[in-house]
Design a protein around this ligand. Structure first.
Ligand SMILES: CC/C=C\CC(=O)SCCNC(=O)CCNC(=O)[C@H](O)C(C)(C)COP(=O)(O)OP(=O)(O)OC[C@H]1O[C@@H](n2cnc3c(N)ncnc32)[C@H](O)[C@@H]1OP(=O)(O)O
Length: 712
């Protein structure tokens, strides 16, 4: 007998499974049962959208069905094609046998949406594949290929071709064999000589990996229960922990992030261009200009995506240096991949060519310029590209802040110029901020989005303004952090608060890592410091607003961060990575306050957190109101994937919605009153408007913006 399941569980699917199983058990002519999915896909588990109404969620009714499958008196075989994820894999674990197609993938990704495998998965999986492998799958949520599943003992057989036929063959073979040894609930969890130490270490590891995130920790607790308690008691513990997670704000935030990352694919611009009507051009070849840190990572990304690349440098010396660095990166990437070097094929000049000759860019479909942030240099390059490249080529600039329109003005084809802001290291970081200028064509945007997908990145389309979305929101955040130092705090105190909140790295550690000289050069370029600063400018004021010269002063002392061995912290050596609080800096701050007549005060954690985060969020509201991004999800996806914002807090705008917009507004008003010369703390008009209309849910915010984006 065959029972078909649907891709996402609904109540109807569960009912059909239950009815089918009961019918099969009652029918003496049925000797075995096979469960498979429709259209070559087993199951991606429960419909995540339903978790917002947990009482009626199909996932809740799944556990009894899994038990029912296992207790069947007839052998039940799962035929796994496509994916078996979450509840889908838990159904398969209830079956007595599992056959998987060679291309199938399996996993328990509940942890990534803030849950744990609550349909008995935390209790059955360790019994089948042992605690270490089960814990790895359950706490990471990773999808494993069928070949690995076979090695782990998760599946019994692999089918190269017809999985259903293979499953039916197996079912026929095992008819009449005892089922008790195949019922995972009856099996003991394989013991480890050092189980206690292993579980303790696992807990420490997950806590470190995702600071403040509840689900991985509770997953470890559930697996611990499997190893320590009889099956029925373990189940009770699993249910208890599952309910705890289900009602947590973290699960809601993580599920929001899951859908937000998919929603940003449906991009739109205020001018009416959108994903639904724009056509992407094929990218069969690419070129990268500049082999510094960013260029190297971008070349590596393109090679990994199987796109032939021409890598260009300005002279032979830089080319040699860049080539060596790229090859090293690619060797490392190849080592991580199955079939590595052959698959990447980067020694083949038809796939990767290094040159100083611009003429070789004549035929490529796409160019990514990745030289350093200098407008004159970028314009010179784009002028050249405009003359050399074939008519349809897309011309991308990797910039974190510069004006796309100005760069495009150096070409005769501004419709093909677009910003592609990669994040460092570019072959690792998943975010790609895609910036359209006033003349960028919809097709250019669609092509850049398609490139992001090919590079396995999340592309987010945004408008053109200084710093775009990510860095523009970062400025007021970092500014507040520095102001807090002036007022009495210390770098380690500010970093600790933000790292406790869940950021991977606090603003001062981040600044030391990136290099303080980067911002210093940019501020010099803007005339905020350095020789072009008009004589008589007050030290702590620019254009009538509060300004802190602290980062400039550190640079003047040669403190550029990790690279010089000191910045906001002290490091063991130049290039060292271990940050320790620096007494020199503490004295320096004290002297600075004396010089400027600032009386240091004790600043509590709440103020640190609120001033940094609410200033960032406030800028987010300005960005939405200006139409620079077409929804709060865009800002959140950028922050989660590019700036280390804790995913379990859903991104800054989602976080604002959970704090409550009236509170965010009230706090900004309060801080702004104390610091009237800080525009970043002055509540944005759009935030005020949302509060005035009753703080609607985040999904409705954009309907209150004056400009209207076309229907997504
Ligand atoms: C007691 C508890 C019982 C059960 C617990 C569970 O089962 S929880 C659910 C566990 N399953 C998952 O977390 C799977 C999540 N989905 C994925 O990993 C991928 O979507 C998948 C299935 C591997 C497919 O990837 P692909 O890249 O091919 O597609 P994409 O991710 O773009 O998804 C396509 C559209 O489907 C929507 N979607 C995916 N999974 C779910 C889901 N589980 N519930 C609801 N909707 C889902 C996704 O949002 C996309 O929608 P779109 O409108 O096109 O943006």
């Amino acid at each position: 007998m065959v029972i078909e399941s649907l891709f996402y569980f609904s109540l109807a699917v569960l009912q059909a499974l239950e009815d089918g199983l009961k019918k099969a058990d009652a029918d003496p002519s049925v000797k075995a049962v096979m469960i498979c999915g429709e259209n070559g896909k087993f199951s991606a588990g429960a419909d995540i959208r339903g978790f917002s109404a947990p009482q009626s969620h199909p996932g809740i009714g799944l556990a009894p069905i899994v038990s029912l499958i296992e207790s069947s008196e007839k052998p039940v075989v799962a035929a796994i094609e496509g994916v078996a994820l979450g509840g889908g894999l838990e159904v398969a674990l209830g079956c007595h046998y599992r056959v998987a197609h060679v291309k199938a993938r399996m996993g328990l990704p509940e942890v990534t949406i803030g849950l744990l495998p609550g349909a008995e998965g935390t209790q059955r999986l360790p019994r089948l594949i042992g605690v270490p492998a089960a814990l790895d799958m359950i706490t990471t949520g990773k999808h494993i290929p069928a070949t690995e599943a076979l090695k782990l003992g998760l599946v019994d057989e692999i089918a190269e071709e017809n999985t259903i036929e293979a499953a039916i063959r197996l079912a026929n073979k095992v008819i009449g064999q005892p089922l008790a040894p195949r019922r995972l609930s009856l099996k003991p969890v394989p013991t480890l000589p050092n189980m206690e130490a292993f579980l303790r270490e696992a807990l420490v590891k997950v806590k470190k990996q995702a600071r403040g995130c509840l689900a991985p920790e509770l997953c470890v607790q559930a697996v611990r229960a499997a190893s320590e308690r009889p099956f029925a008691e373990g189940l009770r513990r699993e249910r208890e922990l599952f309910r705890l997670l289900l009602s947590s704000g973290q699960a809601r935030a993580l599920q929001y992030a899951f859908f937000a990352e998919r929603a940003v694919r449906r991009w739109a611009t205020p001018a009416g261009a959108s994903w639904s009507s724009a056509n992407a051009q094929p990218v069969r070849s690419a070129a990268v200009i500049g082999l510094g840190t960013m260029g190297r990572g971008i070349v590596t990304s393109l090679v990994k995506a199987n796109i032939p690349v021409v890598a260009l440098e300005q002279d032979l010396e830089n080319l040699k240096k860049g080539r060596k660095a790229v090859m090293l990166l690619l060797e490392r990437e190849a080592m991580k991949m199955e079939g590595g070097a052959q698959r990447l094929d980067f020694h083949n000049p038809a796939r990767l060519q290094f040159t100083v000759d611009f003429d070789l860019l004549r035929d490529v479909d796409l160019v990514i310029e990745a030289v350093f942030e200098n407008m004159a240099l970028k314009k010179e390059i784009f002028h050249k590209l405009s003359k050399i490249c074939k008519p349809g080529a897309l011309l991308c600039t990797n910039t974190s802040a510069l004006n796309i329109n100005e760069i495009a003005s150096a070409t005769s084809r501004p419709q093909q110029v677009i910003g592609t802001h990669f994040f460092s290291p570019a072959h690792v970081m998943r975010l790609l901020e895609i910036i359209y200028g006033s003349h960028t064509s919809p097709s250019a945007i669609a092509t850049a989005m398609q490139l992001a997908k090919a590079l396995n990145k999340i592309g987010v389309v945004v408008g053109n303004c200084f710093g775009f979305v990510g860095n523009r929101m970062m400025f007021p955040y970092v500014q507040q952090a520095v102001f807090l130092l002036e007022e009495g705090s210390r770098p380690e105190a500010v970093d600790e608060v933000l790292e406790d909140f869940g950021f991977k790295i606090g603003p001062f550690r981040m600044s030391d890592l990136a290099g303080l000289d980067v911002g210093w050069r940019s501020r010099q370029g803007q005339g905020l410091t350095g020789p072009s600063l008009p004589a008589g400018t007050p030290a702590r004021q620019r254009h009538g607003q509060r300004y802190s010269p602290l980062p400039d002063l550190l640079c003047e002392h040669g403190r550029f961060g990790q690279k010089t061995g000191h910045g906001w912290y002290l490091y063991e050596k130049a290039g060292g990575r271990t940050a320790t609080p620096d007494p020199w800096l503490h004295n320096f701050l004290a002297r600075y306050r004396d010089t400027h007549g600032i009386k240091a005060r004790a600043i509590d954690q709440e103020e640190i957190l609120e001033r940094c985060l609410f200033a960032l969020i406030n800028e987010g509201f300005a960005i939405l109101a200006e139409g620079i991004a077409s929804g709060p999800e865009h800002l959140d996806v950028i922050y989660i994937n590019g700036y280390g914002w804790p995913r379990h807090r859903g991104g800054p705008m989602f976080y604002a919605s959970t704090v409550g917009l009236p509170r965010v507004l009230a706090k900004l008003e309060q801080y702004s009153e104390v610091h009237p010369d800080v525009p970043g703390l002055r509540p944005n008009a759009f935030l005020r408007k949302l509060v005035a209309v009753g703080s609607p849910p985040l999904q409705e915010w954009m309907s209150y913006v004056s400009w209207q984006s076309p229907k997504l």
